[in-house]
Ligand binder design. Structure first.
Ligand SMILES: NC(=O)c1ccc[n+]([C@@H]2O[C@H](COP(=O)([O-])OP(=O)(O)OC[C@H]3O[C@@H](n4cnc5c(N)ncnc54)[C@H](O)[C@@H]3O)[C@@H](O)[C@H]2O)c1
Length: 260
């Protein structure tokens, strides 16, 4: 039996593939499996990995370097877009290593603005570049983490960046609703990826999450990808401005039950 193709005829722009472990890679694969055409934007430092990965994607239209902080790369990348875009995936985050060292109170203005520009403002920048290609509306999806609403040990300035990102999701949803563009975030549980490896004590965090979350296991990239495919589809047509948790329920637990 043929699998249903809910995203047939749609084109997705996916930012954030750096390796096979990237959440964006799982999302790109699921969107393609559901019939979407895929355009990848990536940082040039991951070029050699991209040469191996991108051709594995069915329905790949193109892949091209685009550092969201570099205006010349953005002009070239977005200038080369031709057809309409229906789905935008923002899986971009970065904070300098020094932002995780020392105390939060010592965060420098440079580290703060680097984290916020790359991890939050980039959502507005990316969406503004794509907007002219979304005349029929569409779905923008960002990736967040619990640290944006509660303090997560070691997350530090990135927690502030995720708070800004989730607030920006709401602001953009109101701003772009008139253009039939929906904007949502998925708040994912911790997953072993390149970006996450920068978080001190990741292994302990993963172990604790699996023990405490109602589902008693950690989230996989494919769990996030399935939710992204739903947010990309017409089935979510009246959902906008939301942050949806794909975390095995971890975020609802106040006092963990260690007896089970
Ligand atoms: N891994 C987790 O535990 C977890 C949990 C919740 C949310 N997230 C979020 O998921 C998203 C994807 O992260 P990941 O865990 O898949 O790690 P990843 O390292 O695979 O992806 C991070 C991506 O950000 C891109 N990026 C950073 N700066 C950029 C820039 N200036 N221009 C363009 N791209 C840039 C990198 O190239 C990379 O592809 C991030 O927003 C992250 O905060 C991750």
């Amino acid at each position: 039996m043929n699998r249903a193709q809910p995203l047939e005829g749609k084109t997705a722009l996916v930012f954030g593939v750096a390796s096979e472990d990237s959440i964006a890679w799982a999302i790109a694969q699921e969107l393609a499996a559901q019939g979407a055409r895929i355009i990848l934007g990536y940082q040039f430092r991951y070029h050699s990995r991209m040469l191996q990965l991108a051709p594995k994607l069915p329905n790949l239209v193109s892949y091209q370097r685009c550092d969201i902080l570099k205006d010349d790369e953005c002009e070239t990348f977005f200038g080369s877009l031709t057809g309409p875009i229906d789905i935008v995936v923002h899986a971009i985050a970065f904070a300098p290593a020094t932002a995780y060292e020392g105390r939060v109170v010592e965060t420098t203005a440079e580290d703060f603005s680097s984290a916020l520009l790359t991890s939050a403002h980039s959502l507005a920048k990316l969406t503004n570049f794509v907007r002219p290609h979304m005349a029929q509306g569409g779905s923008v999806i960002a990736l967040s983490y619990l640290g944006g609403v509660r303090v997560a040990a070691m997350y530090k300035v990135m927690g502030v960046a995720k708070a800004a990102l989730e607030a920006l999701v709401r602001e953009l949803a109101v701003d772009l609703g008139r253009d039939r563009i929906r904007v949502n975030a998925i708040s994912a549980g911790p997953i072993r990826t390149l970006a996450a490896s920068g978080i001190p004590e990741l292994e302990r965090l993963l172990e604790y999450n699996a023990a405490v979350s109602p589902m008693r296991e950690n989230v996989a990239q494919s769990d996030v990808a399935d939710c992204a495919a739903f947010l990309a589809s017409d089935g979510s047509r009246m959902i906008t401005g939301q942050t949806i948790y794909v975390d095995g329920g971890y975020s609802i637990v106040g006092v963990p039950d260690h007896t089970i």
